[in-house]
Write a protein that binds this ligand. Sequence first.
Ligand code: SF4
Ligand code: MG
Length: 319
Amino acid sequence: SGDFLEQLKFKGGKLVREQEHVHAINGIDIDIRRGEALCVVGESGCGKSTVARTVMGLLSPSKGEIHYDGQRIDHLSAKELLPFRRRMQMIFQNPYASLNPRMTIQQTLEEPIRLHHPDWSKERVRDQVRDVMDSVGIDPDWGSRFGHEFSGGQRQRIAIARALAVDPEFIVADEPISALDVSIQAQVLNLMMEAQQQRNLTYLFITHDLAVVEHFGTRVAVMYLGMVCEIAPTGTLFAKPRHPYTQALLSAIPRLEDDRPQHIRLQGEVPTPVNLPPGCVFHGRCPHANERCRQEVPALIDVEGGARVACHGVEEGRL
Ligand code: SF4
Ligand code: MG
């Protein structure tokens, strides 16, 4: 907590430096499996973007390790990281900030290809750009246009095309549809799912939207205040949420069926990450907290259905 990440962003046609608060994460132990879409869900400030950026190497962990395909990558130099950079790409939330307004779409899409394939001929690069534009539903003849000539949804398609242009295997997407009009969110989500099938992609998908998770996720990790409370296959999590925080989150989704538990209203406010409570970080808001919860940090334990839950109540069999 209290860390700031300096980010370069385009604002009003200018490249500016912006400081963004980074939410601390603690004791996160997750594996992402080839071919899956692991959704990380939680309220704003829970640290899910920090997880995304740490996995991508944009932030380095003060403790802990990141492994990619069996190799430790968190301590590599920029040069050593380059081959991994091609294999893992990132899609950001805001397609307005992430496309350089001074570059044509052609230039925008050529840039990563030239970086990772310096030996490719001009023709091969151009063909790759046309292919990838076509695959995201942008007319390949529009390469000479600039970002501002496109709608938000089209810009996010172009951002997806830029990520796909170097044929990655793993994509980290940080709230890729939440800045878009609701009417086009589903189209962009479907595009990402099609791309996953056609290209055998693995996703780490950050979102605060449980409807997206249910539609898109193979597995779900639920975060609260920098911790993973529960990680489970999507079907298991929605059928049988175990952690009290997950139960409260899910109970807030409107449902047609009547057999759902009543909306669970959480007491209190989310504590600030600067001054974390001892024990389970959720204890101040949990209806099932006891003395142990106030003192001891719960570890993730395996429960049925392929789920892992960090909760003393579940471990003690009283929840
Ligand atoms: Fe609630 Fe205790 Fe479980 Fe935390 S560990 S979620 S306070 S029951
Ligand atoms: Mg975020």
